[in-house]
Design a protein around this ligand. Structure first.
Ligand SMILES: Cc1cc2nc3c(=O)[nH]c(=O)nc-3n(C[C@H](O)[C@H](O)[C@H](O)COP(=O)(O)O)c2cc1C
Length: 175
């Protein structure tokens, strides 16, 4: 039983109908609702001003970055958003849902681990990565094991989020 839901920010970009990233984001948001225990704050970087991000991350217990892969890394607007926030990332767990071409975006996720290491965040070992053929036209994953993978990642995220929420409340994070 989770008495206090974990506040989860999902950072995504360009949520428009018909885009693959939109299908991935909407599916993941449904998985978050299904997992229970989370209160979702969906942040579309093309709509939410960068100036609002520090407060949204400060209020969160955990974050998930939904990112495409561009030239073996993450798009520039994702990096701009991450860089607009500093202290609120400290001692927070961060997970990744990536998408792209053959790699399923996983190089973008791995590249983000370096960034979040510098920001004193804890990255979740299990990430999700998708190619367009991994989803049906109606926005559902083709592989029946994909919801299980999302569930595992969300359980790891929740474990860290609870630990770190308690730890931050107990002792200020040392700088
Ligand atoms: C500039 C650019 C570079 C890309 N580089 C890669 C890449 O290195 N690896 C990959 O798997 N896909 C790559 N892609 C494919 C995108 O990840 C894929 O088309 C994705 O769905 C784009 O998502 P978006 O529409 O949300 O930006 C690239 C696409 C663009 C536009």
């Amino acid at each position: 039983m989770t008495v206090h839901p974990l506040r989860l920010v999902v950072l995504t970009r360009n949520l428009e109908d018909g885009r693959f990233g939109t299908a991935v984001t909407r599916w993941f948001a449904r998985e978050v609702e299904r997992a229970e225990g989370f209160k979702l704050d969906l942040v579309d970087l093309s709509v939410v001003p960068v100036a609002e991000l520090p407060e949204r991350i400060e209020d969160a217990d955990a974050a998930v970055i939904v990112t495409a892969e561009y030239n073996h890394a993450y798009p520039g607007d994702v990096k701009t958003a991450i860089d607009a926030v500093r202290r609120p990332w400290y001692a927070k767990p961060v997970g990744f849902v990536a998408y792209g071409g053959r790699s399923g975006g996983l190089r973008a996720a791995e590249a983000l681990r370096l960034v979040f290491g510098e920001l004193h965040a804890v990255t979740i070992r299990d990430s999700l990565g998708f190619r367009e053929e991994d989803f049906t036209a109606s926005g559902e994953p083709v592989d029946a094991s994909t919801p299980r993978a999302a569930g595992a990642m969300l359980r790891q995220l929740a474990w860290w989020a609870r630990c770190l929420r308690d730890a931050r409340a107990d002792t200020p994070y040392p700088e």
